[in-house]
Ligand binder design. Structure first.
Ligand code: ASP
Ligand code: MG
Length: 401
C-alpha cells in the first residue's frame, strides 16, 4: 500500500465548507487503498491574526510565548479536519506536534525539524486510521513549543514524508501548479507538468511563492517526490522530480522575477585582498543577492555592485557609511529595480541562451544593469518600470506560450 503525505495550505482549509471538501478529497485517496498522512496549515488569516495580537501586547513579545501563540491555528484546522473525516465514517484523529513528538533544534520562530517519532502514528495508520498532523510546529528538547518560520507547514510535510518514508508528498494549495511565469503578469503563462528540484528551487527563490525554497531543498536532498496541486480543481498539477528535464523539450522551463530589489554600487574601491571581505563583514545579517565586481584593468580601483531587498536599503547604506575599514569614492544606489530570470536545465547543453535573452531585451530598449548566471539560470537587474513588459517579451522569445 503506497503511503502518501497530503499537505493542505491555509486557503485549502480556509473555512468549514472547504474543510469538508478537503475531507472528501482525502477520503478518495483512502478509498483507493492508499495510506494517508494529512498535514495541515492554519485556516487562512489565522496565523496573521495571532501575530497581530502579539504585537498589540508588545513589539518585543516574548519569543517562546510567540511560538505557543502562532502555532495555535494549526490545532484548530487539524481538529476540524479530523472531525470532518470522522463524520464521513473514517477513522481519524489529530496529532499536535508535541504529541508525536516532532523534535526541533529549539530555535523560536525558525526551528528546523531534527527527528520525528513515527511509532504511534504508524500503528494508527496500520489500523486503517488517517492521522491529521499539525504543520508549522514542533517541540524542543526542553519541551517548549517552537515553530518553523512562516510558511513552515511545507517543511513539516517534507520532514514527515522523509521520516515516514512516504512514496510521495502532495502539496495542496490554491493554484494548480507551477507556471512558466506569473499568470497575473502574463495571461499566456502555462502550467509546467514536470520540473526538476533545481529548477523549482530557482523559480521559488526568485519569486514564485508556491513553496518555501528551504523545503524544496530538503525534498531534493532526501529525494522526496512532490506534487503540487490545487484543492479546488481536478487538473493534474506540477511534479517536482530529480529527472533532468530531458523530457522537457524546451530549453527554458520558466521565467521568474522579483519586484522589490535595490541595487547598491560602491564605486572606486581598491582592487586588493580583503576589500570585499571588509565591505561585506558588517552586512552579515543582510540578505544579499547578486554580487558583482568589475575587474580593474591595472590592479588599481574597481566597483562592487550588489543587490538586496528594498526594505534593507537604509540600513545597508548606514552600515556602509559607518564602516571605517573601507575607502571608496562614492556609493550609488537605486531602489526601483527588479530582477528577472530565465530558468531551465536545458541551458546546460544549449549554447546561445544568454545572447537570445539580451537581444530580446535590447529590442525592447530595456537596459540591463547587472547580470549574473548559474548553470541553469540567467538573471538580470532592470528598471522596475519595465518588468511586466520584460516578462512578456521573454516568455514569448523562449517559446513558453
Ligand atoms: N500557518 C503558518 C503560516 O501562516 C504556516 C503555514 O501556513 O505554512 O505561516
Ligand atoms: Mg501558508
Amino acid at each position: 500500500m503506497p503511503l502518501l503525505v497530503l499537505k493542505f495550505g491555509g486557503t485549502s482549509v480556509g473555512n468549514c465548507e472547504k474543510i469538508i471538501k478537503v475531507a472528501k478529497l482525502i477520503k478518495k485517496y483512502h478509498d483507493k487503498k492508499n495510506k494517508v498522512i494529512v498535514v495541515s496549515s492554519a485556516m487562512t488569516g489565522v496565523t496573521n491574526d495571532l501575530d497581530r495580537k502579539s504585537k498589540s501586547i508588545s513589539e518585543k513579545f516574548e519569543k517562546s510565548e510567540y511560538d505557543v501563540l502562532v502555532s495555535a491555528g494549526e490545532q484548530i484546522a487539524c481538529s476540524l479536519l479530523a472531525g470532518s473525516l470522522i463524520k464521513l465514517g473514517l477513522k481519524s484523529r489529530s496529532w499536535l506536534s508535541w504529541q508525536i513528538p516532532i523534535l526541533t533544534d529549539g530555535k523560536y520562530a525558525s526551528s528546523r525539524i531534527k527527528k520525528i517519532n513515527t511509532k504511534d502514528v504508524l500503528s494508527f495508520l496500520n489500523k486503517g486510521g488517517i492521522p491529521v498532523i499539525t504543520g508549522f510546529q514542533g517541540i524542543s528538547i526542553e519541551k517548549r513549543v517552537t515553530t518553523l518560520g512562516r510558511g513552515g507547514s511545507d517543511a513539516s510535510a517534507i520532514a514527515i514524508a522523509k521520516f515516514f518514508n512516504a512514496d510521495s508528498c502532495i502539496i495542496y494549495t490554491d493554484v494548480d501548479g507551477v507556471y512558466t511565469t506569473d499568470p497575473r503578469v502574463n495571461s499566456k503563462a502555462k502550467k509546467i507538468d514536470k520540473i526538476s528540484y533545481e529548477e523549482m528551487l530557482e523559480m521559488a527563490s526568485l519569486g514564485a511563492t508556491i513553496m518555501q525554497p528551504s523545503s524544496i531543498q530538503d525534498a531534493m536532498l532526501n529525494n522526496i517526490k512532490i506534487d503540487i496541486r490545487s484543492t479546488f480543481s481536478k487538473n493534474p498539477g506540477t511534479k517536482i522530480t530529480n529527472e533532468i528535464s530531458a523530457t522537457n523539450k524546451k530549453i527554458i522551463t520558466g521565467i521568474s522575477y522579483t519586484k522589490n530589489e535595490a541595487k547598491i554600487t560602491v564605486v572606486g574601491v581598491r582592487d586588493q585582498p580583503g576589500v570585499a571581505s571588509g565591505i561585506f563583514k558588517p552586512l552579515k545579517d543582510i540578505n544579499l543577492d547578486m554580487i558583482v565586481q568589475t575587474s580593474s584593468a591595472d590592479g588599481g580601483e574597481t566597483d562592487i555592485t550588489f543587490t538586496i531587498k528594498k526594505e534593507d536599503i537604509k540600513r545597508v547604506i548606514n552600515l556602509l557609511k559607518k564602516n571605517k575599514k573601507i575607502s571608496y569614492e562614492k556609493i550609488i544606489h537605486d531602489d526601483k529595480v527588479s530582477k528577472i530570470s530565465v530558468v531551465g536545465a536545458g541551458m546546460i547543453t544549449q549554447p546561445g541562451v544568454a545572447q537570445k535573452f539580451f537581444k530580446a531585451l535590447a529590442k525592447e530598449k530595456i537596459n540591463i544593469m547587472v547580470i549574473s548566471t548559474s548553470e541553469i539560470k540567467i538573471s538580470v537587474i532592470i528598471d522596475q518600470k519595465h518588468i511586466n513588459r520584460a516578462v512578456k517579451v521573454l516568455h514569448k522569445e523562449f517559446d513558453l506560450e
